[in-house]
Design a protein around this ligand. Structure first.
Ligand code: CAA
Length: 384
């Protein structure tokens, strides 16, 4: 088994790392403190092809594979987890389903601007009263001639306040259960589609999210993605990809915290020597390094399977869930221990550590909680 990256994967990783260290990292603390949307950085990342990494060039993307995508998200997230999730949502939750399920017109008119970074997307599945139990959505779309009228609300919509396009899931046939959900592409500015003010959050503060209200929002038949009733499967298979992005984001956050803890342990002296000489610190660093590597390997394996799924009939639902579950919980543990190595300075806003600690926490919640990941994995394991 050869785990060596290809030349092009290394180039994408190195390009993203160089950009993240030079342009993103120096700004991350300030963006977080001011909850400021990183508009200028996103424009630069679009130039680098990071808004549609694994989308074919003919559809506006960079034409790379999903392993490259995961590597890029790790690099950007190590500098700024907010930037990481903004990219992840656009790439995985919006561009990917448009690429997989969109028709030629949707690919030309909607996907190409999103994948090239001329527009930004968001994904509307979660509702105020249905997060984990996604099929219980209350948002409805009712046919009216050659249009559909959407009513309801979606919340925690990352990128929502700035998005040009939303992929929204609505119930079009209540009796049909999960087979009564349909996906629609809704453009910002459509009458009756009303984004609310940005949420206030514990972490990823520069990645704005908001609630979206739909009040008699009319969209044409051509706004439907896939077929009527296919929406739930589109959402679930999209999340199989999205969870790889969040796993990569968690790996990036954890790596940043780990590397800072290592550096600090050399600088900080206690009882006459650097704390790096103390076994108490060495054991923490050893656990962090091992969990970080395991998280990265699970993430890259899921990304590699997603690449294989382009030409082979295979599902990576379990592997994506395993990557997200392990990487997100590892990020929480690693940032917790890294902050402990920093001691009081880790608790101070003068350093990045408290930001990494806060940012890690969301990775266990969005795009499927750790509890839902365990249910998904157990269901697959029990299938035998
Ligand atoms: N790919 C394709 N189809 C799938 C699938 C997948 N991965 N998973 C399930 N399906 C299909 C099933 O085959 C089934 O189809 P049939 O009826 O034809 O057999 C159908 O979908 C229903 O499947 P389930 O019975 O398993 O559905 P369920 O209602 O029990 O729900 C669940 C399963 C795993 C709990 C699901 O609801 C889930 O993943 N919940 C979490 C939702 C989530 O991750 N939300 C995150 C929101 S996005 C976000 O956070 C974005 C952000 O801003 C960052």
């Amino acid at each position: 088994m050869d785990l060596t990256l290809t030349e092009s994967q290394r180039l994408v990783r190195d390009m993203a790392r160089e950009f993240a260290e030079r342009e993103v990292a120096p700004r991350a603390r300030e963006l977080d403190k001011e909850s400021r949307w990183p508009a200028d950085l996103l424009a630069q990342m679009a130039e680098l092809g990071l808004m549609g990494v694994a989308i074919p060039e003919s559809e506006g993307g960079a034409g790379m594979d999903h392993v490259s995508y995961a590597l890029a998200i790790e690099e950007i997230s190590a500098a700024c987890a907010s930037c990481g999730v903004i990219l992840s949502v656009n790439n995985s939750l919006v561009c990917d389903p448009l690429h997989k399920f969109g028709n030629a017109d949707q690919k030309r008119d909607v996907l190409t601007p999103l994948a090239s970074g001329r527009a930004l997307g968001c994904f509307g599945l979660t509702e105020p009263s249905s997060g984990s139990d996604a099929s219980e959505m209350q948002t409805v779309a009712v046919r009216d001639g050659d249009h559909w009228v959407i009513d309801g609300s979606k919340n925690w919509i990352t990128n929502g306040p700035h998005a040009d396009t939303m992929l929204v899931f609505a119930n079009t046939n209540r009796e049909a259960g999960v087979r009564g959900v349909t996906a629609f592409i809704v453009a910002a500015g459509t009458p009756g589609f009303n984004p609310q003010p940005a949420d206030h959050k514990l972490g990823i503060r520069a990645a704005h999210s908001c609630t979206m209200f739909f009040e008699g929002c009319r969209v044409p038949e051509s706004a439907m993605l896939g077929n009527e009733g296919d929406g739930f499967k589109i959402a679930m298979s999209t999340l199989d990809g999205g969870r790889i992005g969040i796993a990569a984001q968690a790996v990036g956050i954890a790596r940043a915290a780990f590397e800072k803890a290592v550096a600090y342990s050399h600088e900080r002296h206690a009882f006459g020597e650097p704390i790096a000489k103390k076994q108490a610190i060495q054991f923490k660093l050893a656990d962090m390094a091992t969990q970080l590597e395991a998280a990265r390997l699970l993430t890259l394996r899921a990304a590699w399977l997603k690449d294989r799924a382009r030409t082979e009939k295979l599902r990576h639902t379990m592997e994506s869930a395993q990557a997200k579950l392990f990487a997100s919980e590892a990020a929480t543990r690693i940032t917790h221990q890294a902050l402990q190595v920093y001691g009081g300075y880790g608790y101070s806003e003068e350093y990045d550590m408290e930001r990494h600690y806060r940012d890690a926490r969301i990775t266990e919640i969005y795009e499927g909680t750790s509890e839902i990941m365990r249910l998904v994995i157990a269901a697959k394991a029990l299938e035998g």
